[in-house]
Design a protein around this ligand. Structure first.
Ligand SMILES: NC(=O)c1ccc[n+]([C@@H]2O[C@H](COP(=O)([O-])OP(=O)(O)OC[C@H]3O[C@@H](n4cnc5c(N)ncnc54)[C@H](OP(=O)(O)O)[C@@H]3O)[C@@H](O)[C@H]2O)c1
Length: 304
């Protein structure tokens, strides 16, 4: 499968940063359904206008009885990560929901979007492979995030075996593009003259992946689904916060200011050998992708 067409697809969290452009693009050639609470009414309207059937539900409490059972594919892109540290809600919404959703839908393939937030922080010294130790590298910004994402992986692994549903667990690094993302927030900070936090262990290295590459790799990640679940890192070529903010500075004339603190997310830099074997490499280099993001979000800031 190199593209998805003519399929019935369920996307959880379709109003999110990553899922909204993906869901809109899938809706052009597929029967797409979305489930979320739809707190963002404008995003819901965009989805419905594109033909997406929106089902309002809270993943922390629903049993999905309101959904049909004949989906070909499920893309689990919702995430509950409130700064209020409601552990019970976040474990239910991120973890328990997967077992209930898989039991309800038993699709041909299930893509669970995980995060490289599941790894123990080691700094920029070596790229993390899928078998490296897990830990909590997001606690200082999102208290429940890493542990809820680890819990969600375990539920996805168990439910895949229980229901015989081919599953891929893809550990996404830093998604970005015209719809924003972490580099997009850095651009807003630069525009507002706010400092950007950096971990003292330099460089602050990640694997940003452009939304075009996310679209391109989703069908191949579904192809790679298996029982037991396939677990794979999901990212692009390495780049540091220092580098992408530096480029945004060159493009706009805004000067990034940095504030060093150990109380921020440090490097999470991953090995992409397995991803490249399974789904191939990415196409959009980070310099090109960041330039496109600035053009899309703040064209008025670009020089000339
Ligand atoms: N963004 C990143 O930098 C990043 C990095 C690595 C991995 N990821 C992963 O990528 C995926 C997408 O993340 P994102 O940042 O794009 O998400 P996001 O922008 O925060 O959107 C989250 C989505 O989940 C829905 N949602 C949240 N709580 C819910 C609940 N209780 N019940 C039903 N729906 C709920 C939201 O809609 P409502 O609030 O309206 O319900 C929204 O549609 C997640 O798996 C995330 O862990 C993201």
């Amino acid at each position: 499968m190199t593209a998805l067409s003519g399929a019935k697809i369920l996307v959880t969290g379709p109003t999110g940063q990553v899922a909204l452009p993906l869901t809109l693009s899938l809706a052009a050639k597929n029967d797409v359904w979305g489930v979320a609470r739809f707190t963002d009414a404008a995003a819901r309207e965009r989805l419905e206008t594109a033909g997406v059937t929106c089902v309002g539900a809270d993943l922390a409490t629903t049993d999905f009885a309101e959904l049909p059972t004949d989906f070909d594919y499920v893309l689990n892109l919702a995430v509950a990560k409130g700064g209020d540290a409601d552990w019970d809600r976040d474990l239910a919404a991120n973890g328990e929901s997967i077992a209930l959703l898989m039991a309800r839908t038993t699709p041909k393939a299930f893509l669970h979007c995980s995060s490289t937030a599941v790894y123990q922080h080691v700094g920029p010294t070596h790229p993390l492979v899928e078998t490296d130790p897990l830990g909590d590298n997001h606690r200082m910004m999102f208290p429940t995030y890493s542990l809820a994402k680890i819990s969600a992986e375990v539920v996805a692994r168990a439910a895949a075996r229980d229901h015989g549903v081919p599953t891929t667990i893809a550990r996404l690094n830093v998604p970005y593009g015209d719809n924003g993302g972490w580099p997009g927030w850095h651009l807003e900070f630069m525009k507002a003259g706010h400092p950007i936090t950096l971990h003292p262990q330099r460089p602050n290295l990640f694997n940003p992946i452009h939304e075009d590459d996310i679209f391109a790799t989703v069908p191949r990640l579904l192809d790679a689904a298996s029982v037991p679940a396939t677990i794979v890192n999901w990212g692009g070529e390495p780049a540091s916060i220092e580098e992408w903010c530096g480029l945004m500075g060159e493009l706009t004339g805004l000067v990034p200011t940095f504030e060093e603190t150990p109380n921020t997310i440090g490097s999470v830099f991953v090995d992409l050998t397995k991803m490249h074997d399974i789904v191939g490499g990415t196409e959009v280099g980070w310099r090109d992708g960041i330039r496109r993001m600035v053009e899309a979000r703040h064209p008025e800031l670009l020089h000339g």
